[in-house]
Design a protein around this ligand. Structure first.
Ligand code: PEP
Ligand code: MG
Length: 328
């Protein structure tokens, strides 16, 4: 007999009687918990003063849409588009991207869908883009830096997004923002794309443009960025990595790479305060959004959207209801 404890990452070969009993009890408890969680699928959490807290899904492709809707996602808080670009020899063209974004939007006609522009580089290499080797890829040409350096990649994506915006409530988000000029340059490119589409007679809609806050530079210039961004989304995976100077992929520094570190929490508070001053919404779409100990801190700091993997949606809804005490 082999016992697998997926939560703990354990495989026990030939478990003794006591271990088998313990694991069977854990299976029953997990089944009960799952049944209890089922009712949270339809729940819409609100804060004590009645503000909605959106619990949305992180997705990487249209294949994740079924899981997201079945779990009760209140929209998409992060679609990572780099998975459309990785593991293939040719980049997706504008039409292919348009069809994919449209499919996602049409699955959530009544909810916001936040699609992130391509975040290649760092932990997300892409063999179809010819890039020089970098000594420090996490500090190199990744995310928005790469997009602005390679408009031949960025423009088809922006055009596809403008066209897809006709089919739902699209918001677009830029990764790895460190300066105000990166947003302004993107806005100029978007305008160019709008003019092109207009002259080609193709239908398009404008969308809100927000940013990922995941660099220390973005934290410390949050007031200036909030003047140019329509919303913030805290990328706590990278924010933790950059605040703590601890590589998110290196198991030897995993004890440092914790979003619960007071330095990271303080960064989150600074960003929430800047968002409140500018009256723009702020969400969290890093893994920490699903951490029960942290989601409460985030919501109390002013976060109004937690975007998590489909598997965590019901649990996060239950968690928010437990500390805010209100659910619709
Ligand atoms: C993050 O950095 O927290 C994030 C959500 O983006 P990614 O994990 O894709 O870098
Ligand atoms: Mg990131």
């Amino acid at each position: 007999m082999i016992a697998v404890d997926g939560a703990a990452g354990l495989v026990v070969v030939d478990p003794d009687a006591e271990t088998a009993m313990r694991l069977r009890a854990a299976i029953s408890a997990a089944k009960e918990d799952r049944a209890e969680l089922e009712r949270f699928k339809a729940v819409k959490p609100v804060t004590r003063d009645g503000a909605p807290v959106i619990v949305a899904a992180n997705i990487g492709s249209v294949n994740d849409l079924d899981f997201a809707t079945q779990a009760g996602a209140m929209g998409i808080g992060l679609m990572r588009t780099e998975f459309l670009f990785m593991d293939r020899t040719e980049l997706p063209d504008e039409d292919e991207q348009y069809q994919i974004y449209r499919t996602v939007l049409e699955r959530f006609p009544d909810d916001d869908v936040i699609i992130r522009t391509v975040d290649i580089g760092g932990d997300k290499p892409c063999r179809s883009i010819d890039l020089p080797k970098e000594d420090n890829p996490f500090l190199g040409l990744r995310g928005i830096r790469l997009c602005l350096a390679k408009p031949e990649i960025f423009r088809p994506q922006l055009r596809a997004l403008l066209r897809a915006a006709c089919h739902g409530r699209l918001k677009v988000m830029l990764p790895m923002i460190a300066t105000v000029s990166e947003i302004l340059e993107t806005r100029v490119l978007i305008e160019v794309c709008e003019h092109e589409l207009e002259s080609e007679g193709k239908a398009f809609e404008r969308f809100e443009l927000g940013i990922m806050v995941e660099t220390p530079a973005a934290v410390f210039s949050a007031d200036a960025l909030a003047k140019e961004a329509d919303f913030f989304s805290l990328g706590t995976n990278d924010l933790t990595q950059y605040v703590m100077a601890a590589d998110r992929t290196n198991p030897m520094v995993v004890s440092l790479s914790q979003a619960s570190n007071p330095a990271v929490i303080e960064a989150v508070r600074l960003v929430c305060a800047a968002a409140a001053r500018a009256n723009i919404p702020v969400g969290v779409c890093g893994e920490a959004a699903a951490d029960p100990a942290l989601s409460e801190i985030f919501v109390k700091a002013g976060v109004r959207e937690l975007s998590v993997s489909a598997a965590s949606i019901r649990r996060v809804k239950r968690q928010v209801c437990s500390f805010e005490g209100e659910c619709l």
